[in-house]
Ligand binder design. Structure first.
Ligand code: SF4
Length: 426
C-alpha cells in the first residue's frame, strides 16, 4: 500500500509504495517511477508517456496518439534520449532521498517503513548512466537477446534452456535468425541459472513466473527435460500445483520470493511428439501453461506462411496438452495474409478454436500482424501481389474475431487479450 508523504514547502504529495517487488515513487500522481530491488529503473510515467526499461538498458516509450483516434504509439528511445531520461529519473529519486534526510519530505503520521524506503533509495543512488549502460554487457553475458515473450510473461524470469527455434522457417518470423538451435547440457543450464540469479539479484522479487526459452524448449526429450525442470526448481522456489487454499497461503508466506509456475512456447508438431502423460509429468514439475502459435486455422494460409503442421494438428496438440493438465495460450495472428485471406482466415480460425477444450486456465491471444520488411513473408506477399491489411483494417478485424468468439469464450471463462509484439520488452 502506498504511503503519502508531503513536501514541506509546497505541501504537494508524494506517494511511496513498496509492493510487487518494486519501489514506486508517485509525484502528485503526475510522474511515476518504479525501481527493482537492485535500484534499476523498471518503468516511468512522465508527461503522458509510459517508459519501460529493459534489462539491457533499452527503453520503450508508449503513448496514446490523440490525433489518430486514440491509437497507441510506441518506439525505442535513442541513446541520447535514454541518457537524458535516466538522468532525470535518478535525479528525482535523489531528491526524494535528500528530502527524507533533511526533513523536507514529511512522512505520514502512521510511521511508514522508513528504514526499508531509505535502504531501497540507497540502492537506487548506486546507479548512474555508465553503470546502467554497462548492464547491457552483463545481460549479454547471461542471455542471448530475448526477442519475444507472451504479454502475460513480460515479468517472468527467462531461462534459456535452449537457444533459437528448431524449425526457424516460418516466413513471417525473424526472431531467432541470429542463432542456431541448441539444447543446453544440464551443467550448462545450472551455470546459466546461477548467472541469472546473480544478474537479477533482488530484482527477482518482481518476477512472477519462469519462462523456459527460447522458441520451443519443450521439444527437448522427456529424459532430458525433466531433470532440467528439476534443476530450475532447485534454484528458484516455485509454487507447487494444486495446493488447497490454506496450504497455498502457508507456502507463499514461507516463500516470499517465488515463481508461480513455469511457462514456455511450443509448436503444435512438437507438442504431438509428447503424450498427455508426458504433459502431466511436466505439470508435476511446475509447467503451468504453454503458448501455441496457431497463427491461422486456414490451412492454405498456414501453407503460405510455411507454418509447420496443419490446423487439425493444432487442435490435437491442444487436446493433448490440456489432457495433461497444462494450460494453453493460443495465439492467432490477425491481418496475416492480407485482404485475400481475410474472410477464410477468420472463418476457419474461429471454427477451429470453437472445437478446442479451452477453459479458464487458458488465454486466447489476438495478435495484430506486423510484417518484418526483412522477412521472406514481405517478399512473398509482394510477389503474389497480395494487398496487405493496414492498421485500421487489422483493428477492425480484431473486433470481428472478438465478436465471433465472444459467445463461445465467455461461458468457458477463456480470457481474451491482445498480443502486440511491438510492446515486448524484457
Ligand atoms: S516455429 Fe515459432 S519461432 Fe519458429 S520460426 Fe515459426 S513462428 Fe518463429
Amino acid at each position: 500500500m502506498a504511503q503519502t508523504f508531503h513536501w514541506q514547502q509546497t505541501n504537494t504529495p508524494l506517494h511511496i509504495s513498496l509492493a510487487g517487488g518494486t519501489l514506486t515513487l508517485s509525484f502528485d500522481g503526475k510522474v511515476n517511477l518504479s525501481f527493482d530491488g537492485e535500484g534499476r529503473l523498471v518503468g516511468a510515467f512522465l508527461e503522458q508517456i509510459t517508459y519501460r526499461r529493459a534489462l539491457d538498458n533499452r527503453i520503450l516509450a508508449k503513448w496514446i496518439d490523440a490525433e489518430r483516434a486514440g491509437r497507441r504509439q510506441r518506439r525505442f528511445l535513442d541513446e541520447e534520449e535514454r541518457h537524458s531520461l535516466l538522468d532525470r529519473c535518478y535525479e528525482m529519486a535523489a531528491d526524494v532521498a535528500a528530502g527524507l534526510t533533511t526533513g523536507q519530505l514529511i512522512p505520514p503520521a502512521n510511521r511508514p517503513a522508513l528504514d526499508l524506503i531509505d535502504e531501497w533509495l540507497a540502492r537506487v543512488a548506486g546507479w548512474d548512466w555508465p553503470k546502467l549502460e554497462a548492464e547491457r554487457t552483463r545481460f549479454l553475458d547471461v542471455y542471448k537477446p530475448v526477442p519475444i515473450l507472451p504479454p502475460d510473461q513480460y515479468l517472468s524470469t527467462v531461462v534459456q534452456a535452449t537457444e533459437g527455434c528448431s524449425y526457424n522457417r516460418c516466413t513471417f518470423c525473424t526472431f531467432y535468425q541470429d542463432r542456431p538451435f541448441r539444447i543446453k547440457t544440464l551443467p550448462q543450464l545450472q551455470n546459466h541459472l546461477t548467472a541469472i540469479e546473480q544478474f537479477l539479484g533482488r530484482g527477482l522479487t518482481l518476477r512472477r513466473g519462469i519462462f523456459l526459452a527460447d522458441a520451443n524448449a519443450v521439444i527437448v526429450a522427456q529424459r532430458t527435460l525433466l531433470p532440467m525442470l528439476d534443476a530450475i526448481a532447485q534454484k528458484f522456489a516455485i509454487l507447487p500445483p494444486d495446493l488447497p487454499a490454506e496450504d497455498r497461503r502457508r507456502w507463499q508466506a514461507g516463500h516470499p520470493i517465488h515463481a508461480d509456475g513455469i511457462y514456455a512456447f511450443i509448436s503444435a508438431p512438437d507438442a504431438l511428439h509428447k503424450t498427455s502423460a508426458d504433459f502431466a509429468d511436466l505439470r508435476d514439475r511446475h509447467l503451468r501453461r504453454v503458448y501455441v502459435g496457431l497463427e491461422s486455422g486456414h490451412d492454405p494460409l498456414r501453407h503460405f506462411l510455411a507454418k509447420p503442421g496443419r490446423a487439425a494438428d493444432v487442435l490435437r496438440a491442444v487436446e493433448t496438452i490440456k489432457a495433461g493438465g497444462v494450460g494453453v495460450g493460443l495465439i492467432a495472428m490477425i491481418g496475416v495474409g492480407g485482404e485475400i485471406y481475410r474472410e477464410a482466415h477468420r472463418r476457419d480460425t474461429v471454427a477451429l478454436i470453437e472445437r478446442m477444450p479451452l477453459d479458464h486456465n487458458d488465454i486466447l491471444y489476438l495478435s495484430p500482424f506486423v510484417a518484418d520488411a526483412a522477412s521472406p513473408y514481405a517478399q512473398d506477399i509482394e510477389s503474389a501481389e497480395i494487398e496487405p491489411m493496414g492498421e485500421d483494417a487489422i483493428e477492425e478485424e480484431i473486433g470481428r474475431f472478438r465478436s465471433a468468439l465472444k459467445a463461445w469464450t465467455q461461458p468457458r471463462g477463456v480470457r481474451f487479450s491482445t498480443y502486440d509484439i511491438r510492446e515486448f520488452i524484457y
